[in-house]
Design a protein around this ligand. Sequence first.
Ligand code: PLP
Length: 383
Amino acid sequence: MTRPLDPATLAAKAGHYIDRHSGAIVPPVSTSTTYARDSANQPMNAAHVYARDNNPSFVQAEQVLASLEQGQEALLFASGMAAIAAVFYTLESGSRVVLPKSMYWGAFSWTRQYCARASIAVTYYAPDDIDSLSQAILAGDRTDVVWVETPSNPMMHITDVRKAAELTHAAGGLLLVDNTVPTPLLTRPLELGADIVMHSASKSLNGHSDVIAGALVTRHRHPHWERVVAERHDAGAIMSPFDSALLLRGMRTLAVRVERACQNAAAIADFLQQHEAVQTVLYPGLDSHPGHAIARQQMKGGYGSLMSFIVKGDKSAALAVSGRLQLIIRATSLGGVESLIEHRHSVEPPETGVPDNLLRLAVGIENVNDLIGDLDQALGGAS
Ligand SMILES: *Cc1c(COP(=O)(O)O)cnc(C)c1O
């Protein structure tokens, strides 16, 4: 092949696997926890000694993800949070990290607690303001890791990844981007200068709400990455063989799912923006979104399946809208084939500042008119 393959092809073919022995085009689920040695006591395959260290079941999914992100190497973890934890466990005490003050709540809360007990300094920045990031980086005498999540969950702030990489590298740090919401189909942060990409593979990568998984992908092997590799190997936050097989199957349809969900989300954002019961729609694909110009540069092919909207009225008005939905399921998570809605204020503590009349909508691949019809009846129920 002279031309690099399109991500849709890379995902669908999942590494062009063909079993050397049987000709099977889907890899087997390898459930063995241990591997035999030969008569001279050498492992029969040097890569495999014990399944907590490494397992053939997740190698292919890692290779597919590395190719989608255009990275050198990927590592799967037992969850997105386990992937995040591996990055922080491998920082020395006395390090300093720069984190967004509005981000996925689970990561915000865990990093705050962990950094306090591990003596890692944290400086926060406003994710929609690049000057705030620059000031945060300059506020300390060392910068080890800078974290970007764009679009951020659930406030949908947009951060300029290219500029964040320049600022981070000038300070000698590594830029880590949580790419869960856009997926590598829409944004490839490593190409924009990031050093490590993180995924909750429980979301769009798997896409069917039936696997918890996480991933890290690196642009190059660097000393911090080698420590992360050792951390997973030694501490063992690996994926199970069955979950790995489900994830690999899920990723094969990533391109069509993302394309459809993006189309649905764009139509729904337009509909909600014009609805009299809606105050504001937070979706980077809308011209009115403050991060739209940057999103247009760094998101290709769509603006993602996640959005939030603020209902006119108070908390009870928002809860009533969500309570009247019949098709869209009230549940946490995102990136699945089915649409989900969540009143984030009910699950995040008040200090995150998420408005109590905000609903986060994770758009699936259902027929868009069915989804709009459900939202319309739920919003109209107030009048
Ligand atoms: C869900 C999520 C995570 C955490 O991943 P888990 O797989 O649930 O552990 C991290 N970042 C973002 C943006 C998420 O949506």
